[in-house]
Write a protein that binds this ligand. Structure first.
Ligand code: FAD
Length: 415
């Protein structure tokens, strides 16, 4: 018997966990406790479709993860707008900000992550925006209607997606990135250069190797930024996308082990056997990194963790070992990544014969770490199969667009 499973956080991980437990155990008692006032929603559209949407009444259709009726039909208790403020591990109960207490047999932390704040003078002025929640997306969309100029601080995926959306409505868009190139930890140089060129072709200026040191104030609002190189960029609004920190406050105060995320074992169990952690907030042993802990921020990771944990809570379960993948969309281009390419020392590029897309195979020695595909969905699907089957495709085969990756993945003996 599963008992009462209480999930803290109604995001991708929390909702998938409840759905998967319910599918396996019709009798489990399930509760999701959410801090936000809304029904659970998809985050990826917040920096894509939602920002450009002209009919905001369609928002809930675009972003809703499940309708209220679904939670009722599945007998999943959903409490929104009432954050959990404390875990009592001895009593096996959580306390909510309203004062209510909820007892659990199994507690699941699916608290996600929070935006890293830009701690510079003027960083808290009106006109400085962040993007993590639905409410922030609606505010940013409304601010972008001014049509003036915007500086996006941070050239990560979210910053670049915001820049791409803003370029359609703003007179001037500048991205300021502290590293020497875009996305240094996430993608190869080949893909980074391609993205940078795409932004340039759409009129977005990208400044790399400069960090923002100050926000300029005018009439009580953000009116520009100053960079470490002394560059002054006047603007009407600033959007900050400089990364996130895992939401671990509850775990820390409960005395759970935390180190850049709630530390879990390969079964997603924290240092308290009745408490698990999944999604953005969890640091778990990487199947590929010689046992090192890794923390990932992606829908695939959140959903994969949720399914893995649900299997353990309702049966025997198995260690989490999924190959990570991620996607971004900018200017209509679909960029899909599989594997973790940090530490690669060689790349092999395969281009479509009609030049409409390409894939970058990233190797460390002979080992295939990951593959990035731009408008090459077939390559992405094939590369996932290769990595799932641990096949280090020979570089000379990787370069040939006629080579069917899926066929190799399913026919070659695993390395
Ligand atoms: P979240 O979805 O962040 O959900 C956690 C929830 O827990 C939040 O609602 C939070 O309010 C709640 N919570 C926190 N603390 C408490 C508490 N004490 N009590 C109750 N509730 C609490 N990933 C991709 O793979 N592809 C993309 O294209 C992509 N685009 C993105 C665009 C944007 C703008 C953002 C912000 C993220 C994007 N991501 C993307 C990342 C992806 O959305 C996250 O990795 C995913 O949402 C993680 O799911 P989660 O359930 O772990 O956390």
């Amino acid at each position: 018997m599963t008992g009462h499973v209480v999930v803290v956080g109604g995001g991708h991980a929390g909702v998938e966990l409840a759905a998967t437990v319910r599918a396996a155990d019709p009798l489990a008692a399930l509760t999701i406790l959410g801090e936000e006032p809304h029904l659970p929603y998809h985050r990826p559209p917040l920096s894509k479709g939602i920002l450009g949407a002209t009919n905001p009444t369609e928002d809930s259709a675009v972003v809703g993860l499940r309708a209220l009726k679904w939670f009722e039909q599945k007998d999943i208790a959903l409490r929104t707008g009432d954050p959990v403020v404390q875990i009592d591990c001895n009593q096996r109960a959580v306390k909510l900000s309203s004062g209510a207490e909820v007892a659990y047999d199994q507690l699941v932390l699916a608290t996600g992550s929070r935006n890293l704040e830009l701690k510079v003078p003027g960083g808290d002025l009106p006109g400085v925006h962040y993007l993590r929640t639905f409410d922030e997306a609606v505010q940013l969309r409304s601010a972008l209607r001014c049509g003036g100029s915007v500086v996006v601080v941070g050239g990560g995926f979210i910053g670049l997606e915001i820049a791409a959306c803003a370029s359609k409505v703003m007179r001037s868009v500048t991205v300021v990135e502290a590293a020497n190139r875009l996305l240094p930890r996430s993608v190869s140089e080949v893909t980074a250069v391609h993205l940078s060129d795409m932004h340039a072709a759409n009129g977005v200026a990208v400044l790399v190797g400069q960090s923002v040191t100050r926000i300029i104030e005018d009439a009580g609002r953000a009116a520009g930024v100053v960079t470490s190189a002394g560059t002054v960029l006047p603007c009407d609004l600033v959007v900050v996308g400089i990364g996130v920190v895992p939401a671990t406050e509850l775990a820390v105060s409960a005395g759970l082990r935390v180190d850049n995320g709630v530390l879990v074992d390969s079964f997603l169990r924290t240092s308290d056997e009745r408490i698990s952690a999944i999604g953005d907030c969890a640091a778990f042993p990487s199947a590929d990194r010689d046992g090192g802990q890794v923390r990932l921020e992606s829908v695939q990771n959140a959903v994969g963790h949720a399914r893995c944990l649900a299997a353990r809570l309702t049966g025997t379960g198995a260690p989490y070992s999924a190959v990570p993948w991620f996607w971004t969309e900018q200017y209509g281009a679909k960029v899909q990544m599989v594997g973790l390419v940090q530490g690669h020392d060689r790349t092999v590029v395969r281009r479509s014969q009609d030049n409409s897309g390409f894939s970058v195979f990233c190797y460390a020695g002979e080992r295939l770490l990951g593959v990035e595909s731009v408008n090459r969905v077939r390559d992405h699907v094939g590369a996932r199969a290769l990595l799932e089957n641990r096949i280090d495709l020979a570089p000379e085969l990787a370069a040939r667009p006629d080579v069917d990756l899926r066929q190799i993945a399913h026919s070659a003996p695993a390395a």
